[in-house]
Design a protein around this ligand. Structure first.
Ligand code: CO
Ligand code: CO
Length: 319
């Protein structure tokens, strides 16, 4: 929407609204740039403490995706003050605060309003060296694509809402969504990445598409290498599709070719909108090998899910 409005430009603006990026980045000096981002949404799990943790991990993720270090955060709260128990809000805020503490980020304020539907999230501010910012485009032919978390949170959240997910499935999905992308980001910066983003609402293929849209590179995704959360295949096969899944497919299908061997449920999962998903990192093969080793040593279940090509420019081929 904003693209059609007259935006203010500034020579110190490193990332603004002109492109699909995870966060805004503004140069303060030759050594220091500011990273800013905001994210909030309605509860996706029943436990308010877990929801708070997930919302905070998700809000921090856009700073990690750019290779930055988050420093401070502001709460954003919409809450039906007359109808919902205040203990729910307290637990949500406690979950968020605990996650910020784990990330070494200070909560320094926030804003709340009365709203019939609860929502929670944060605005996060971080820092980075202006020359070290990792953009979501910049992958080169031959680069590998690494994904640092399993996918399937959208279909699982839909199954949770309809009471059709087991405690075990819920537990694994919550653990994944509440996990910070902090360590993955630090290891990415140490390995040296060509490009990166995080997987959220547009799904794996939607965010992968942002990495190559209108560029000179193509992308091959090896669908069977993509890590899937326990239970994701079963609920996808049962047809628990969130509304965003179909929209994601409609939006990007002109960029994506599926091999006949890729089953429909797997195509669905590749478009499944994720909450607090992993990082998608592009890097040269030898760097990718090092990063995979480092991620494994850090206990992060990452996988090489594809590679960038010089042909098939601006398109994704899923095999
Ligand atoms: Co993002
Ligand atoms: Co975001």
């Amino acid at each position: 929407m904003l693209a059609s409005l007259p935006l203010i430009s500034d020579p110190n603006l490193i990332i603004g609204l002109e492109r699909a990026e995870d966060a805004g980045v503004y140069r303060l000096s030759s050594e220091l740039a500011l990273i800013q981002t905001v994210d909030f949404f309605t509860p996706i799990v029943d436990d308010p403490y877990q929801f708070g943790q997930i919302a905070a991990a998700n809000a921090l993720s856009d700073v990690y995706a750019k290779g930055g270090k988050p420093l401070t955060a502001l709460n954003i709260v919409c809450f039906p003050i007359k109808t919902l128990d205040r203990a729910v809000l307290k637990e949500t805020l406690r979950g968020g605060l605990d996650k910020l503490r784990e990330a070494g980020v200070l909560l320094i304020g926030g804003h709340s309003i009365d709203d019939p539907e609860m929502k929670y999230g944060l605005s996060v501010t971080g820092v980075i060296h202006p020359e070290k910012v990792v953009f979501n485009q910049g992958a080169k032919p031959g680069d590998r694509l690494i994904l640092t978390k399993a996918i399937g949170t959208g279909v699982i959240a839909t199954a949770i809402k309809r009471g059709a997910a087991s405690d075990e499935v819920i537990g694994e999905a919550v653990k994944s969504m509440a996990m910070l992308n902090r360590r993955a980001s630090e290891l990415m910066m140490a390995a040296g990445a060509s490009a990166a983003t995080d997987v959220t609402g547009f799904g794996l293929l939607g965010h992968a598409a942002e990495m190559i849209e209108n560029t000179d590179v193509g992308l091959v995704i090896h669908s069977r290498e993509v890590p899937l959360l326990p239970g994701a295949v079963e609920v996808a096969k049962e047809g628990f599709a969130p509304g965003g899944l179909g929209r994601n497919r409609d939006y990007r299908q002109h960029m994506v070719d599926f091999a006949k061997s890729v089953p429909e449920y797997l195509q669905d999962l590749l478009f499944d909108p994720q909450t607090s998903g992993g990082l998608l990192i592009a890097l040269a093969p030898e760097r990718a090998a090092k990063l995979m080793k480092d991620l494994k040593n850090a206990g992060i279940k990452a996988a090489v899910v594809g590679e960038f090509t010089s042909n098939n420019k601006g398109k994704i081929s899923v095999v």
